[in-house]
Design a protein. Structure first.
Length: 180
């Protein structure tokens, strides 16, 4: 999906159907439905303690710009339309009061954490008691067409711990176009 370009109209020019469609209708339609996707897991996934893991996303709440594929590179959101995006990453963890939970987002790397350019530098937070614990991050960043991002998680509970799945209300990864 390309960002519509606007023509220049001079004094005395007539507004034709073509001009109206190109300069007004297409731009309004783009803004009403900008490129966006939201991914989630349909099942829990076990994360080994002390190991950075790229999250494979198994389902889409929506994907308006072919930004994700559940089979090929399911860890990625790929930007087919260049621009500035609001990125949101939510990680919900199973109950454990031990250790810390961490996340990171990288651009144009592999599924090995540290191989790409940081969009969100890894950071950690301690769990709150022994209930399910969530951690999230929101960031705006600019991407060229065909750039992609990968979300990583890590935990240090001393044993394997589930990253909660089953719906987009648990762990999710999303991108929304906001500007050129």
């Amino acid at each position: 999906m390309a960002v519509p370009s606007q023509g220049t109209v001079a004094v005395g020019d007539k507004i034709t159907a073509s001009l109206w469609n190109d300069d007004v209708r297409d731009a309004v339609n783009f803004l009403i439905s900008p490129p966006r996707c939201k991914l989630y897991r349909t099942t829990n996934t076990s994360i080994t303690t002390g190991t950075w893991t790229a999250v494979s996303w198994t389902a889409e709440t929506f994907d308006t710009d072919t930004m994700h594929d559940n089979t090929t590179n399911p860890q990625r959101i790929t930007f087919t339309t260049a621009g500035t995006y609001q990125i949101t990453f939510n990680a919900m963890w199973a109950s454990s009061a031990a250790g810390a939970r961490s996340l990171a987002i990288e651009k144009n790397g592999t599924t090995t954490q540290g191989s790409g350019t940081d969009v969100v530098t890894s950071f950690a937070t301690a769990p709150i008691g022994s209930t399910h614990n969530g951690i999230n991050v929101n960031v705006m960043a600019t991407f060229a067409a065909n750039d992609y991002i990968i979300a990583f998680v890590n935990q240090t509970s001393g044993g394997s711990l589930n990253l909660s799945g089953t719906s987009d209300a648990h762990s999710s990864f999303a991108a929304l176009w906001v500007a050129t």
